[in-house]
Design a protein around this ligand. Structure first.
Ligand code: WTA
Length: 644
């Protein structure tokens, strides 16, 4: 048996799941003993969803990097921890063994310490997909600083929001990043943000693309120069800071239904146990295998399943700098073949995009090393599931459909590769310790409904009724928001914001968000955030954003925009809006369609009727339902006529 807590069979899953529900504390304590704690816990779990307060392994001390790195040295010191595949297939990549990775992390710890970073400080990391991103993340964790990684595609404005909210005093970035045929000037975007963030004391800059950057004296430092200085000091070892299990490990900003992104806070002990446990069980990782997750470390999937989960398990994790379609649509298959990847974890949007190129780019690549496939980020449609399974997995690799969220820390609902059955488009069953509950609008457990095929399903809003170690503990600096957003809709339950149904066998199928959050190419985008951005354009009076089905992205962004009478709606206004959104949020939030309208459908109390706009955007023009309660029903006809 590879890991003492690895589930081996369907029967064992059933037994363990049952135990984890009957005695959650005993169950998680059993898992937690397989990690290295510097001091044992006094209490396994203390919780209350009303306050809300969630504490796991209280009183225990640890450092997650000792569990990710030091602990493995004896047995896995020379095994690759990270394999790095650069953007350009012609450029040389490299691997870092566990020993080398620890050395690099410790060197960077010395750099951080010399530059004043202390336990509890917030460090913002804004980089491309280079090994140094993982090194920076781990160095923060080792020194006890709280990392806040910002995805390299976010704009200066988004960085400002995040820097200010976290009051980050130290920034780690790079001159630029390569992504496909693009060369992103990270440092200059950061410089723009820093103009408004004078509380940032130091900026560490990795040289990656070699573009000219402005270095501010006294504030900006080159990574390589600083490393050279500490290397000259000669003491390579850097002891890991002792952290309480409930000390924050990181903040990660994510979009919600209100305007501002919220800082999801994860803590050291519980997150560690859950990231490792879920990684080992869902993917059924076997020692020595090469594991490739195509996400960006700037999202939660990258945190938990590129960096922490795999390293905690002593796995070999592949970091890919580029994109699936450059230089051609065979790039992933090229990587799988070249590095003999065993486990491939990607997103439905990537699969759909690659599918559109047909099977030709797949041919000629040896994919026989693949053993497990995984999907994350949005509901996977049947067609994409089948294509992935048949053309990539050649019909022989189990495919795990993993449902979870930034707030969850790790996968909550998924089949376990080759151990519990996968069903196309179903995330299937909860992991041990996870207690899902589907509720109706009033918060009552949803009741079974008879379907045409004679079977019953239960359909409702997906909640979780008991804590798990990997769940977030607060939203940074605003505990009330944490309570209101997640625990107030249905008292006593964590509400995910997702709709879902369950079949007679207890398999869950996620149907998508039921709140005002869109899922575009697997990225969470708050409609209010995009509306705020559009409304800040001087030509715009107001706007409403809804999602509509998009072949590749899953959901596309449809904007209904009311222009100021002094401004002509048209191509120029459209361009200006796209520019504003890119500037304020980032290119990922650009509307796919912009329809100029003379007014928005509103109730008499002034509330925008998004339901109607959603139907129009979907093209369901004949099923708008009752529009008689609208302030101005005529506007609906106009909008229908102008639909894009
Ligand atoms: C959606 C990503 C269906 C869901 C890990 C959730 C999914 C949101 C799946 C979280 C899946 C994620 N099936 N929907 N397997 N995985 N989602 O925070 O709507 O970026 O609420 O975390 O993605 O997105 P987040």
């Amino acid at each position: 048996m590879a890991y003492p807590y690895q589930i081996q069979s369907k029967e064992q899953y059933d037994t363990i799941y049952q135990k984890s529900i009957e005695d959650p504390e005993g169950f998680w304590a059993g898992v937690a003993t397989h990690f290295q704690w510097r001091r044992p816990w006094e209490r396994i779990l203390d919780w209350n969803f009303e306050e809300p307060r969630i504490e796991w392994f209280k009183g225990a001390q640890l450092n997650i990097t000792e569990n990710c790195l030091d602990r493995h040295l004896e047995q896995l010191g020379d095994q690759p921890a990270i394999i790095w595949e650069p953007n350009d297939p012609e450029a040389p990549g490299h691997a870092l063994s566990y020993r080398q990775l620890l050395d690099k992390v410790m060197q960077l710890c010395h750099v951080l310490q010399r530059n004043g970073v202390r336990k509890g400080d917030r460090v913002c990391i804004y980089m491309g997909m280079v090994p140094e991103l993982a090194i920076a993340t781990l160095a923060c964790a080792r020194i006890g600083a709280i990392h806040s990684i910002v995805f390299g595609g976010f704009s200066a404005h988004s960085i400002i929001d995040r820097l200010q909210d976290a009051q980050a005093t130290f920034v780690i970035t790079a001159d630029g990043a390569y992504r496909g045929n693009k060369d992103i000037p990270l440092k200059s975007v950061m410089d723009e943000a820093l103009e408004q963030c004078d509380f940032v004391r130091k900026v560490l800059v990795l040289r990656r693309t070699g573009i000219t950057t402005t270095m501010t004296a006294g504030r900006d430092l080159y990574w390589e120069d600083e490393i050279e200085k500490v290397a000259a000091d000669g003491n390579p070892f850097f002891p890991a800071e002792l952290m309480d299990a409930e000390d924050p490990l990181f903040i990660l900003y994510t979009s919600g239904s209100t305007g501002k992104p919220k800082g999801v806070v994860h803590t050291c002990g519980g997150y560690m146990v859950y990231a490792a446990y879920s990684f080992v069980n869902v993917f059924q990782y076997q020692p020595g295998e090469v594991y490739f997750c195509t996400a960006d470390i700037g999202w939660i999937t990258g945190h938990s399943y590129i960096v922490y989960g795999p390293l905690l398990a002593g796995a070999t994790t592949l970091i890919f700098e580029g994109i699936p379609t450059w230089p051609d649509a065979g790039r992933f298959w090229d990587i799988v073949d070249k590095h003999k990847v065993n486990i491939l974890y990607t997103a439905p949007t990537a699969i759909r995009s690659l599918m559109s190129f047909g099977t030709e780019p797949v041919e000629g690549h040896d994919l026989s090393s693949l053993r497990v496939l995984g999907s994350v980020g949005e509901p996977i449609n049947e067609e994409a599931w089948q294509w992935f399974h048949e053309h990539i997995g050649k019909g022989r690799c189990p495919l795990v459909d993993t449902w979870w969220q930034t707030e969850n820390g790790g996968i909550l609902i998924s089949n376990l590769a080759g151990v519990t059955p996968g069903i196309p488009t179903f995330a299937t069953k909860p992991l041990p310790g996870i207690q899902p509950l589907l509720v109706d609008e009033k918060g009552e457990p949803a009741l079974p409904v008879l379907q045409e095929d004679g079977k019953t399903i239960v359909s409702g809003n997906l909640c979780i009724r008991f804590p798990w170690p990997g769940m977030f503990r607060t939203t940074y600096g605003d505990h009330e928001r944490f309570k209101q957003n997640y625990f107030a809709t249905y008292p006593g339950l964590y509400f995910s914001g997702d709709g879902c149904y369950r079949d007679e066998e207890g398999n869950y199928r996620i149907t998508g968000r039921v709140d005002d959050v869109l899922n575009v190419s697997g990225h969470r985008i708050g409609t209010a955030e995009v509306e705020n951005a559009i409304n800040s354009d001087p030509a715009v009076i107001e706007s409403a954003i809804v999602g509509y089905p998009h072949d590749i992205k899953g959901q596309g962004i449809y904007a209904f925009v009311v222009c100021d009478p002094d401004h002509q709606p048209g191509d120029d206004a459209r361009k200006a809006i796209l520019h504003t959104v890119t500037h304020l949020i980032g290119a990922i939030a650009k509307p796919d369609k912009i329809q100029f309208v003379s007014g928005l459908p509103k109730t008499r109390s002034g509330k925008i009727m998004r339901r109607i706009l959603r139907k129009i955007a979907e093209g369901a023009l004949d099923s708008l339902g009752d529009t008689s309660t609208l302030l101005d029903p005529g506007v609906v006809e106009e909008i229908k006529k102008g639909k894009l």
